[in-house]
Design a protein around this ligand. Sequence first.
Ligand code: NBG
Length: 794
Amino acid sequence: MPTLPELRSALLHHLRYSVGVEPDRASVLDWRVALSHVLRDRATAPWLEAARRTRDEGLKSVNYLSMEFLPGRLLEDAAINLQLRDAVVAAFDDLGVNVADVVDDEPDPALGNGGLGRLAACYLESMSTLGCPAYGYGLRYERGLFRQHFEDGRQIERPDEWLSHGDPFSFTRPETAYEVRFGGELDEVDGREVWRPATRIIAAAHDTPVVGYGGGWVNTLRLWSALPGGDLLDLDRFNAGDFMGAADLETWARTLNRVLYPTDTTDLGRELRLSQEYFLTSASVQDVLRRSLATQDDLRRLPEQAAIQMNDTHPAIAGPELIRLLVDDHGFAFDGAVDLATQVLSYTNHTLLPEALEMWPVDLMRHLLPRHLQIIERLDRRIHEVHGHAADEVHLIEHGHVRMGDLAFATSHRVNGVSALHTDLVSRNLFPHLEALTPGRLINVTNGITPRRWLKLANPALADLVTERIGPGWESDLERLRDLEHHAEDAGFLEAFGSAKHQAKRRLASWLADEHAIELPLGSLIDVQAKRLHEYKRQLLNILWTVSRWQRIKADPEADWVPRVKIFGGKAAPSYAAAKDIIRLINDVGRVINDDPETRDRLRVVYPPNYNVTMAEKLIPAADLSEQISTAGMEASGTGNMKFALNGALTIGTLDGANVEIREQVGAENFFLFGLTGEEVTARREQPDHARTAIEQSQALQDVLQAVAEGTFSPDEPGRYGSLLDHLWTSDWFLVAADFDAYNSSQELVDRTYRDPQRWQRMAVLNMARVGCFSSDRAIGQYMKEIWDIPPAQ
Ligand code: NBG
């Protein structure tokens, strides 16, 4: 552990020699870069040591392929895990630098959409904490997802310049580079298939250390980017004066890691997206093989050395790619290559939604990856040869499309769903035929979250209180929170717990005031729904209920209403029109309600733009109520639900995803349940005219819809929400209307409960105490044992 003078002089050293400025002239950015170097130095020794041990002892490592990673800001997390946070704060104090400014200067890399990308980041951190050798593989999107702005309440997308000041915590490794090939033709030479690609792009690595808690083990997040230059510039065209045309190929290469998932509503968008997926997968699989061959020369031993985890279907081309490399480059027979690949690969399914389960047109696949299409066709034939009629219902290719979920299943030795309910639905509705061919292949691993970031970093007041009561150690053994149950009846503890919550609310309030000029009434019940905007997540139900609450306060202003702040956070996909309508409605409703002098001390709507990991770290600790209100059967798991409960928020939710298990753990009496079950949802959708019937049965909902239809919230354009309303009356696939009254009753119970602060506090403590099993350490322990066959670290 460095002493204060050592840390101080390390900061000064890097300020001078890595950044090149004197302390009296240093900007916040300069100090941040210096801090990045100091922390990276501290991570490097255990990092190199972990790599050495992995090589020398022949340890098996995990290769986690994911198109998305949402790591959040790195520095504070690294400082905590290296157990240097207090020392860093003291060193900056000593230097007269405001450490909060330095921490806030760091950009939050938005290399993902939501839960799936954040899960990948929690899992990498847990693998390091558990000493499980691992590489996270992804793409280094130059502009990330997008930065969300609101203009007149509408979502506007702008490029996210997270790299504009460099990436000082990472190492660039231009020599760790692989050629990735696209397009071209297949030829048969001496009975072997030879792929003659049209385009070759070099993928080069950027490595970020991922420090485990305690600093004992450090893994790598390896992100690829296309290496420009070299052959990519057409010098003949350039010399002939065609400067733009000369750079066509270079432009295309750079496009591969420019932004996360371009809109795939156009053919070109689809082609780029499949190219991105292949670019990630091919570079990563080649790297896995190279690392294996660096320690021994027999690839038949690959399953003893490497597990490859496909995070959803995006890297599902890994099966054909691994088979291709084994057959075409390493002399394997096809069947042997398939068996080997299957032993190495496994696949996590994160959704039942048809639009998120990828299907690539055969023509596109032939155009971009002709050899892979051939391998997929052969895999499909092989399944039917091996299983005969039992495989009649299994099709890797159907209606002119390659079904990537089925492909991933067929090339994996284990497939997992992400919550008990989800896995059950995957088994019954998604892969029943494949599962019948290979019983036991599909298992459940319920998602988890890292307590280091989601409690220790995000909620210091509460984390300190926990340590004070039950001692340290819970950070890497979250089940220990159970000890808090003994304190749930202790009035002194409940008060301290309440004051930690209040502190988090004050932090949120000052951030909202500084960054967004929004005032947060601190005495209110803070009610938060923060997640991607999606119809199934039903932000619409939440905002329609908010309107209803407003109408009722106005109808009965003298009644004793519990003051509420409804906070929303989340982005919509740029091409998702219905979700964007909902964003605009939330903002329109907010404008009217927040301006209403009659209600504004009892109801507010707050929607800060550009939700990301950093904002989550502010919202979640401050929340009293967590909104987990998806249409049952549609949310695979949820992980936000776990973060809120861990921070002592109570959940209002449906029986969906991991809500089911959270409720089992915390106790039904400590959870506000409402709404149709998955089976009831299916039955209700089949009833003719169910939407209209539900609306006609709820006077409260009719009043709300009428206000929206009349333009109460969009007086300049009363018809603005015509299509949204029309959808509610005629189809309402997400059953907003059917669940409206039940949601309202549950919200009324929330109010009644909140009026008794001791009772509320006790329920919140029990929530926190009982969600230890949702630690990502537990989840990763299960992956190691049940999927990767990696023993616990010694
Ligand atoms: C999401 C699910 C969430 C789940 C995360 C992580 C995709 C495709 N799926 O419910 O919607 O928590 O994955 O498993 O992003």
